[in-house]
Design a protein around this ligand. Structure first.
Ligand code: CAA
Length: 294
């Protein structure tokens, strides 16, 4: 199937990036949010990233204008009706996703494909909320979607060869490196990355090193672009916590369980970079580790 119009549900951390790169590929985009404030914030992030690309000379102003003009924001699922592909990028809440898919399934044209950008929830469970499980797949992008090269293409037991091919073709059009991943919790990357971040939190709890030293250690000692605690803040501590819960329940292994520190930080509303505070305080010019008085 030829794709010409893509719907994205959610314009947050992942949704705005997915919307931007799909528009850059030349498709018409409709992005849906739950309220005007969230929609405005998401679209403003796209404007900012396009503006930065123009400033750096990576994009002509006319191209940035065209990319932005192909994106329409909406609060109404009805505007997704003629999309060829709908990508879900909501928060990691299965009940919310199931409710959305059931509503959207009755609105969007029958031959359209549906994809979830879930980090950890079951693709099959979400597909079952629709009457098109054969045209339902996982497309797992990484943050920031504009930069990270990987796209995990996930098949449930019901995903057709056509739908899977659509995922790999889409990845190629977007210039992504694609990998095939099974419909297991965390797919490939989070299965390995999430316990690593959780273990870094435990290492800090146990006095193995300060926040800064743990991060510096992994950057300078293993050539990671960010240390694990900076990365946890970057992913979002609320997101990390909910992925940990899903994986702990699915695998029944202690290494996936939320450390106490993470649980307390999320309860206090400290979600990392997006809330202004996590393992670092982001209120100043430079992030300050919270165990250093930030
Ligand atoms: N949106 C768009 N572009 C961005 C961006 C953003 N949020 N952040 C950075 N960039 C771009 C910059 O504009 C810059 O582009 P140019 O090279 O074209 O100038 C480029 O990325 C590099 O940025 P910076 O020079 O500002 O900073 P950096 O070199 O430190 O790179 C980074 C920033 C790309 C985020 C890098 O630190 C990195 O790769 N970090 C690791 C990120 C990571 O592991 N992501 C996966 C998280 S896990 C996940 O997403 C899965 C899940 O389900 C939880």
């Amino acid at each position: 199937m030829e794709i010409s119009k893509v719907g994205v549900v959610g314009c947050g951390l992942m949704g705005h990036g997915i919307t931007q790169i799909c528009s850059q590929a030349g498709w018409e985009l409709v992005v849906r949010e739950v309220d005007q404030d969230k929609l405005d914030k998401g679209l403003a992030k796209i404007d900012k990233q396009l503006g930065r690309a123009v400033e750096k000379g990576k994009l002509e102003q006319s191209d940035a204008d065209a990319i932005r003009a192909r994106i329409t924001g909406t609060l109404d699922y009805a505007d997704l009706a003629d999309c060829d592909l709908v990508i879900e990028a909501m928060t990691e809440d299965l009940a919310g996703k199931l409710e959305m898919w059931a509503a959207v399934d009755g609105i969007v044209k029958d031959d359209a494909y549906f994809a979830t950008n879930t980090s950890s929830l079951s693709v099959a469970d979400q597909a079952a909320a629709t009457k098109r499980a054969d045209r339902f797949l996982g497309l797992h992008f990484f943050n920031p979607a504009q930069v990270m090269p990987l796209l995990e293409v996930v098949r449930s037991g019901e995903t057709s060869d056509d739908a899977s091919k659509l995922g790999f073709d889409l990845g190629e059009t977007l210039g992504k490196t694609t990998v095939a991943a099974g419909d297991n919790r965390g797919f490939i990357v989070n299965r390995l990355l999430v316990p690593y971040m959780l273990d870094a939190i435990r290492a800090n709890e146990q006095g193995v090193g300060s926040i800064k030293d743990i991060d510096t250690g992994m950057m300078a000692g293993a050539s990671h672009p960010m240390g694990p605690l900076t990365l946890a803040d970057f992913v979002g501590l609320d997101t990390l916590a909910s992925i940990a819960d899903v994986m702990a329940e699915s695998y029944g292994e202690e290494r996936f369980a939320q450390p106490e520190t993470l649980r307390k930080m999320v309860s206090a509303g400290n979600y990392g970079r997006k809330s202004g505070k996590g393992f670092y305080d982001y209120s100043g010019e430079k992030p300050v580790p919270v165990d250093a008085g930030g």
